[in-house]
Design a protein around this ligand. Structure first.
Ligand code: SME
Length: 156
């Protein structure tokens, strides 16, 4: 595949157009970091998010991984912020307004809403996918459903 071709006007249609293209890119590559890099790039390009990327679990911390967007915090402790909470609870966090999330870590003051999806390997969280929007209320169950499918494709 040479470049991304996204069809559809609704969010659902755009995810449905994106999913097989991610599957095809990830299918031919076993390296997790390379796949995270392409998934971040493809999501970022499709939806024009503010920040799209991964943090990887390293011991008791999350460490910044492949991402698209402005520079970000490099290390986040377990249970801290939205990312650390998604890791500790092993559950997707949908945050309509980051100012109302206790302990939210503001890597960028432009970020207004956020979704964080855990990436599992053998039942353990080994990374999280973090997406930030510069607008409130960007993420809903449509994002959650499709992003959970997308991280499964990573075959972490
Ligand atoms: N806001 C996140 C930190 C990561 S940056 O947004 C890229 C959090 O509270 O975990």
């Amino acid at each position: 595949m040479e470049s991304l071709v996204i069809q559809g006007s609704t969010k659902q249609e755009r995810y449905e157009s994106l999913l097989p293209q991610i599957a095809s890119v990830v299918d031919g590559e076993a390296d997790l970091i390379a796949n995270m890099a392409n998934v971040a790039a493809m999501l970022h390009e499709t939806f024009d998010f503010w920040w799209t990327g991964f943090y990887r679990v390293e011991g008791e911390e999350l460490v910044l991984g492949p991402f698209q967007g402005p520079m970000a915090c490099t290390r986040i402790r377990k249970g801290r912020g939205v990312c650390g909470t998604a890791w500790a609870k092993a559950e997707t966090q949908v945050v309509p307004d980051v100012d109302k999330f206790p302990g939210h870590i503001a890597c960028s003051s432009a970020s207004r809403s956020e979704i964080v999806v855990p990436v599992f390997r053998e039942g353990m969280v080994i990374a999280v996918l973090d997406i930030d929007s510069a607008e409130l209320n960007t993420f809903d169950q449509t994002d959650r459903l499709h992003l959970e499918q997308i991280v499964q494709l990573l075959k972490a």
